[in-house]
Design a binder for this molecule. Sequence first.
Ligand SMILES: Cc1cc2nc3c(=O)[nH]c(=O)nc-3n(C[C@H](O)[C@H](O)[C@H](O)COP(=O)(O)OP(=O)(O)OC[C@H]3O[C@@H](n4cnc5c(N)ncnc54)[C@H](O)[C@@H]3O)c2cc1C
Length: 403
Amino acid sequence: MRDILVLGAGVVGMATAYALLRQGFSVTVIDAAAGPAEAGASFGNGAQLSYFYTDAMASPSLVTNLPKYMLGLDPAFRIRPALSPAFIAWGLKFLLNSTQNAFERNTLDILKVALESRPAMREIAKQINFDYSKTGKITLYPDERSLNKAKALADLKNQFGAQQTILLRDHALEKEPALKEYGHDFFGAVWSPYDEAGDSRLFCIKLQELLERDHGVKFRFDSRVRRLLTRSGALVGVETDRDRIECSRAVVALGASATAIARTAGIRLPIWPVQGYSFTVPALATAPIASITDTARKTVFCRIGDRLRVAGLADIGELESGFREERFNCLLETAKGIFPRAGNYGGDVNAWTGFRPVTPDSKPIVGKTKVQGIYLNCGHGSLGWTLSMATANRLADSIQCDC
Ligand SMILES: Cc1cc2nc3c(=O)[nH]c(=O)nc-3n(C[C@H](O)[C@H](O)[C@H](O)COP(=O)(O)OP(=O)(O)OC[C@H]3O[C@@H](n4cnc5c(N)ncnc54)[C@H](O)[C@@H]3O)c2cc1C
């Protein structure tokens, strides 16, 4: 029998379950929460399927701005170094990935994965409804210098399959009239016509319904994985807070929690949680139709059906788990300044915080491990939903070859 456990029911775990099922595996998904995408980063992310905006997080400009980020002078990006060996090791690798060469190489590698995801996501969108839209994405730049840098990167990505074009301010206004409502000045934009959007939590909920109802995939919610059980270098089971499950194959798709669980089997993962925030309000008629990324304020706006999702902030370093009112208010006030009339900011704003599982090179970790039967699909960083279908397919193919 080709049984396999998928640990984690966020976007990555759900996509993995789908891909394994198609390879003929008998799949059981386990999650600590009461339902899919309930407790992790997949609940309230920026809602973007950002196939062309695949820029790695570690970059030369991040290094230039490091003092500002460490002194807390940029409202959107904070770095508070943690004094743990794990953070120091991760941080050093992150810095090594911040050269121009490494940044370009990583961005192109991520682009390749994203381009693989696009047709797979389109195929699944024919089967389930998750407020999926194909409205493209506009990334705004404040001045000529930043736009020129973005153009150079877009030119490079376009050689490898992206289709981004540069819009000067007036053209951007023609493309997206809601930019007339923009509360600041911008010089130009990058237009990514084939970037898409949707609700990643709804994606997981609908995928669960499909997998359970039509394909017999089993789901065990409210089951927190405590340990991976191994003997003689091979997986023999998984211990949860409820029971022990015997198994010889499992995929760790636990987002920011993957590191702790993989460590129970002696597997070390270079993933650090980077905290972000979002909120969701009713969209007003003057809200942009295309997704908008304001690079100067590192904030994204995205329509999901009749709602507007706003996401941003990146807090790296000391783990201050939980929601911090002061950081959330920073996002809310920034959003009101950017698009004062895009959403109904006065009512319930559905505030949320989550952790991006970030690797030093921003690339997901996909494949087998030194322990027979333990596979990884984690570390998807800022683009987990965008990359999920491709990494799931890649992993399922490699597990198939192993069997
Ligand atoms: C503010 C913000 C904005 C973002 N915007 C975008 C975007 O626009 N587009 C995009 O593609 N990506 C975006 N991302 C990134 C994306 O959300 C993540 O990369 C992605 O959700 C990671 O998915 P995952 O399934 O690996 O992890 P998660 O979604 O975190 O899922 C992990 C699952 O594991 C479960 N779990 C954890 N520990 C245990 C345990 N011990 N036992 C059992 N279960 C456990 C959790 O309950 C959870 O369901 C954003 C992230 C943030 C924070």
